[in-house]
Design a protein around this ligand. Sequence first.
Ligand code: GYE
Length: 330
Amino acid sequence: MKKLIALVLALTLVLSASSAFALTIGFSQIGQESDWRTANTDNVCNAIEEAGWELVYSDGQQKQENQVQALRSFITQGVDYILFTGVVTTGWDEVLKEVNEAEIPLILLDRIPSCVDDIEYAAAFGGDFVEEGKRMVRWLANYLEKEGRGEEEINIVMLEGTTGADAQVGRSEGILAELENHPNMTLVESQTGNFTRAEGQQVMETFLNSIDDIDVLLAQNDDMALGAIEAIKSAGLKPGEDIIIIGCDSVKAAFEAIVAGEMNCTVECTPLYADFLIPTIEGLEAGETYGRDIIHPEEYCYDAEGGIPYTEDGEALSIKAADVIDERVY
Ligand code: GYE
């Protein structure tokens, strides 16, 4: 009997030593292109560590092949869960099927892959990118109306996100769809700025050099808008006055630009997924299921004065950025 107890004790020690953590979570992140991404990485990674789970983090550095490699290494390591957001929408079918075959629960967040209907996943959380694009144009139309410029011919330039990224595809779709309702608005030029400040600035410089009369900049994220602000200043123009600037994400730096009068609006896309993610993993551990719906967090729209409608029903009104800037942590 004593021998048996000793054996059980030894075995328990070996087992607990080999799994010091209750769970191991592999997180394949896209890269570090924007303030949004930094906030998202910090929020998710800190929450996993605070939950007492082991985090295996991989930064894909904007390369699909790096992310494919990371996913395969998560399978080899036998992690308990995989968190995944893909740099582009296409080309994930094979590797995500491998994840399914390995029976590792997959949680999709942020950018959803286009093969979503053909794979198994335990839960999915992402931005409503088409709606965000529509909000950018709805806010613009209602703002121009309020300024007495509702009938004016308006020239728009657009900075797009990383080509083929869910957030770029969706926001472009929403923006173009909503522009159809406003024949006085013309999209004169649109190019990618890869969701970064540096490229936002560069591309805006080329826009300013080649287009005479730019009324509005639609930037598919705030970082590109902030880069473009520098280009507009260098060209001797006043950002936020000579050119109306609308961004997306609602990061603190955009609120600061709005308060400084250099940016006009930012449509929210939250990077804070931890409050969904941690309870979901705990729920899955307890045997709960979450269905196939992609859950979109509730999001708002911020500007200098507040009070501008941006939803289809016209009921939600923009919030004054100065009123919330202190609460924004990213
Ligand atoms: O808007 C942008 C980031 O996928 C929603 O990626 C995300 C986007 C976000 O680089 O700033």
